[in-house]
Design a protein around this ligand. Sequence first.
Ligand code: MSP
Length: 500
Amino acid sequence: MTAAAYITTPIYYVNDKPHIGHAYTTLACDTLARFWRLQGKDVKFLTGTDEHGQKVEKAAALAGVSPQDFVDTVSQTFRHLIDKMDVTNNDFIRTTEPRHIKAAQALWARLIDSGAIYLGEYAGWYAVRDEAFYAESDLVNGKAPTGAEVEWLVEPSYFFRLSAYQDQLLAYYKANPNFIAPDSRRNEVIRFVEGGLLDLSVSRTSFKWGVPVPGDDKHIMYVWLDALTNYMTALGYPNEEGGDFKTFWPEAIHIVGKDILRFHAVYWPAFLMAAGLPLPRQIFAHGWWTNEGVKISKSLGNTIDPIELVDTFGIDAVRYFLLREVSFGQDGDFSRQALVNRLNSDLANAYGNLVQRVLSFIYKNGNAVVPTPGVFTGEDATFLTLPAQFLAQADIMQVNRYAEGVWVLIAKANQYVDEHKPWGLKKTDPNRMNTVLYVLADFIRQIAILTQPLVPLASAKILDQLAVPEADRLFCALNQKLLSGTKLPEPTGVFPRVQS
Ligand code: MSP
């Protein structure tokens, strides 16, 4: 049976246009999805937009359009970004879709049935920007800890009995140490839950733009309860017997930014426990990007437009930089100079040059066919096993380490060229020259298979230039060999140098 994998991005708020933070989460997920497909897994990859809430209602009013028109327009900009970045999601969910409203209401009904939701009254400090209530003790200088403005709100509200799940959550984290990653984040969540949980207000009556509470439509559902359900909607929930839900739900990996970890690692599992539903496999929190050392914010006007970056540098370069530059899970700093340096050193010089010099030499001096090797030395044979050995111990959840590891192989290939100097063998030992070129070509084939999740367009181009059939590009094809005598197309450069 084919193994299944389910990966999700957070669904993006539509009150803002896409910026580098959104692009980062999506590209990280895309890289993992591609990696698992190359392992032969059946992968479902979901992204989408989070379209309800007071923020959206207010933004639409400000723009002078209906909330529905507003979300239709902004949601499109997120789809556009995804197309632009060649993202391989197989579904795009919008929380205003009927399938989602049905799912959110079904989950609500289950929480009512299990007694986990009750009607009460809410009074507290509410920050519209964060869509969250804060306790008096959370406030910093009269504002939310995030800096958002707060207002005092009293309203009838349904509550979720979060306080009843403290022990169960802690026991779950303990029994499933990989449920929250990385470890540092897991410890933060555990400390938070150990500190005690209050019941959570899960409905609103003060505005209208949301999923109506079944049977009491003066209330709309709290936007996070609505939003989190998206991950199940896309698998056909409330149909739990459907193949997709059964196959993919227990495999779910939610990739989220550190700012929204609490919603995913505390509230979400508690909702699911209360509803008697299985929990996702993992919640992985990544860090935040700053821009040239400064926190990114709309008010500072220093947001980074991913579309402009892709137009300037190309998608492979942007994704390589974002994934390689920081440890997955840690914060990172974006700087244009760092991006240019990395593209020139890693992509153009190390990888691009290797491919270009080997393939052009074969094209010009080897009749434009895959060379026929003589006998491999022990060193040749060992060298050719390095990519598979690397892959066997690689962990794609440490995606920057994966990139580092592949680039170590690229450095080894460049070293092999320098040591064995195929061009110098042309006159003295053409047989050995063919062997060396064959070894290099086959090594490049393997590297290009490994780089597919990181730089998909360039990798495809390199594999085309080696005439590797589409069907032979999965990881299981690493151990195959290039077929001597196969006609090769004229090579063209894959990574242009960038002006700094
Ligand atoms: N709508 C909620 C998520 C609901 S999921 C059920 C939301 N949306 S968001 O648009 O505000 O943020 C989406 C993601 O972008 C979050 O994971 C957040 O961490 C990420 N980022 C926003 N700014 C970021 C950086 N500066 N750097 C990295 N990621 C950041 O939250």
